[in-house]
Design a protein around this ligand. Structure first.
Ligand code: XMP
Length: 506
């Protein structure tokens, strides 16, 4: 495997994804955890960073522990740090070095640069530049404005590059990463979904033996794929619980329960609608809603799990981005929204936790799910927040408002699917606003609710753009909603991007 040492760059996870696209397994470690010598580690990539090596507070682990002993590739800050620690000079760049550049004077005999075209486009994003290299460091490529665009250390498999091979604007970035990971480090490209499934199922069998496992299904991709893997390993000893909170989409509970049964899962559907509605009564504050829902879910789930004799494990669909120890070099960030739907569940239940997906990125979970023949209506579904429609009903939640919103949402989502827009959009839904507006229907004056439609494009939900859906499509959806859903006389479309807006309104 490859270890990526994270110095806090926004691109660190992207490096990991690119390496895995080469079917090579890799892990991200914080820069403070320089790995010990271990024959399974074939090479190390040092990430970029928002910091400057000239700042004495910047991350500066002693890299001599690894360089010269194992292949190392420093990207941007990682390259500068190696040069700086060995007596080179790093200074603020005189010109702005941000954006596309052409890689010239490539030493094509160098194994790192093998098969790269002359003048290939690379992506620069840095405020500092290496002005002088230490002895034994040799320039292997330059651009017009960056002399040290790539270097190699003589007698070592140590390389540094100033550009970012992980972003798609570096057109041949993947070729370079393959040169490093496969040719220089000697990793075999055998980390495929089939191998992942086979080895995970084997490990789960060993770990779980004849123990019983309980797992909460949500209808989403992660919990479904986690359940199928555990099911492959231990069959009927996996007990799934699917709670109807009354805050799901229209028909969602019935449809998904059906799919789960078709997949052969041992699943119990629990109708807890009124418990959730009772817990939400009188609450308007978004964070208090989340807490009330989280608490109720734990209570309902705990009571169900206690009905299973001798259960020892709690299965969860935690994925890799949730467990990467993130390096924050710019101080702690503020909580915008808490996303802890079932935080506290394992502690309360005193169960051991099993998380078969905690090394995978979301897109990898989808590929594994498809390989396990999980149907597309589960694998390709949009993300849906744990608190469900409760955070799309601004103000107090009531059963009646949920029903209104379910109808609106169903028209929107069904239309997106029918017109082929569903898979182009990353997430979509409707929001019921606590606003009444005047309208006219026939000869009658109406005074009814307003709904907002929200559809965004995104890669990971961290940033998002509003989806530029065709006007005629929006017009059709709007009239269908106003004609069919009682109590709604106005539809608006949310044209805010994230940031500064968020995807959900609460
Ligand atoms: P925001 O609104 O923060 O949403 O831009 C980003 C993504 O997170 C989802 N989201 C939640 N998911 N519990 C969840 O499981 C929550 O409390 C929650 N709040 C927002 C949102 O749907 C989007 O996909």
């Amino acid at each position: 495997k490859i270890i990526i040492l994270d110095f806090g760059s926004q691109y660190t996870q992207l490096i990991a994804r690119r390496v895995r696209e080469l079917n090579v397994y890799c892990e991200i470690h914080p820069f403070t955890h320089i790995p010990d010598q271990d024959s399974s580690i074939k090479g190390i990539i040092l990430s970029g960073s928002p910091c400057s090596v000239r700042d004495h507070r910047s991350p500066q682990p002693q890299l001599q522990a690894i360089t010269g002993k194992i292949p190392v590739l420093g990207v941007c800050y990682g390259a500068q740090l190696m040069a700086f620690q060995n007596g080179g000079e790093v200074l603020p760049s005189s010109s702005r070095e941000y954006g596309r550049a052409r890689l010239q004077y490539i030493q094509s005999a160098n194994p790192l640069l093998k098969n790269l075209s002359q003048a290939t486009q690379v992506w620069m994003s840095h405020g500092d530049t290496i002005t002088q290299l230490p002895a034994a460091y040799e320039i292997i490529a330059s651009t017009d404005s960056v002399k040290v665009a790539a270097f190699k250390v003589a007698g070592e498999e140590t390389y540094g590059i100033q550009f970012h091979p992980e972003v798609t604007h570096t057109v041949e970035g993947k070729v370079l990463l393959k040169n490093f990971v496969v040719d220089i480090c000697g990793c075999s490209q055998n980390w495929t979904p089939e191998i992942f499934i086979e080895s995970t199922v084997r490990q789960l069998r060993e770990k779980l033996g004849n123990d019983r496992v309980v797992l909460g299904l949500s209808g989403g991709v992660d919990s479904s794929v986690a359940a199928m893997l555990i099911h492959e390993a231990i069959g009927e000893n996996l007990y799934c619980i699917f709670v109807d909170s009354g805050l799901l989409r229209k028909r969602e509970f019935e449809d998904v329960l059906h799919s789960y049964k078709d997949l052969g899962l041992n699943v119990k559907g629990v109708n807890a609608k009124s418990r959730f509605y009772d817990a939400l009564a009188g609450i308007s504050d978004p964070e208090l809603k989340r807490k009330a829902i989280g608490r109720t879910f734990i209570d309902v789930f705990d009571a169900e799990a206690h009905k299973i004799q001798g259960v020892k494990w709690l299965g969860q669909g935690t994925i890799y981005p949730d467990v990467i120890e993130s390096v924050s070099v710019k101080g702690p960030s503020v909580t915008i929204k808490s996303h802890h739907n079932v935080g506290g569940l394992p502690e309360k239940m005193q169960l051991k936790v099993v998380e078969p997906l905690n090394t995978l990125f979301k897109d990898e979970v989808r590929v594994v799910g498809r390989t396990l023949a999980i149907p597309d209506n589960i694998i390709s579904r949009h993300p849906f927040p744990g608190p469900g429609l409760a955070i799309r009903i601004l103000g107090e939640v009531t059963a009646e408002k949920v029903q209104t919103l379910q109808e609106v949402d169903d028209i929107f989502i069904t239309s997106l699917k029918e017109r082929g827009f569903y898979n182009e959009v990353w997430q979509a839904g409707a929001i019921l606003l606590p606003v009444q507006s005047v309208g006219v229907m026939g000869d009658e004056r109406t005074y009814e609710s307003v709904v907002a439609l929200r559809a965004v494009t995104s890669v990971d939900g961290m940033t998002a753009d509003w989806a530029h859906l065709p006007h005629e499509f929006l017009a059709d959806v709007s009239s269908e909603i106003i004609n069919k859903v009682k109590g709604v006389n106005r539809v608006v479309y949310d044209i805010s991007s994230k940031p500064p807006a968020t995807i959900e309104w609460e």
